[in-house]
Design a protein around this ligand. Structure first.
Ligand SMILES: [Zn+2]
Length: 94
């Protein structure tokens, strides 16, 4: 199974999101017209699951489900680690 430590994404938790739909990595609000990518956080949020590994992954207590990221952050994480559509229902809805 391919996973990438999420700490490599350099998330910025200092910012306080104003809306419930925001980029997981930089905490900036995501506007409806903005394109977003989705990451699947596992192991309590410390790792990103590679989309190709979805079929091998057995959800456990550390499964944090899908989180949206803006395009800039998705490129920094690596687009191959993100999905175009969430396969799971996102934990937050705007
Ligand atoms: Zn971002």
């Amino acid at each position: 199974m391919k996973t990438q430590p999420a700490f490599d994404c350099d998330p910025d938790f200092r910012r306080n999101p104003k809306k419930s739909f925001f980029c997981w990595r930089c905490q900036k609000d995501l506007k409806p017209e903005q394109s977003v990518r989705w990451i699947h956080l596992i192991n309590g949020g410390t790792d990103i699951l590679h989309p190709e590994s979805e079929s091998e992954y057995v959800p456990d207590n550390g499964d944090m489900a899908m989180f949206p990221v803006g395009m800039d952050c998705a490129k920094k994480i690596g687009l191959e680690w993100t999905s175009e559509h969430p396969e799971l229902i996102p934990p937050v809805a705007s």
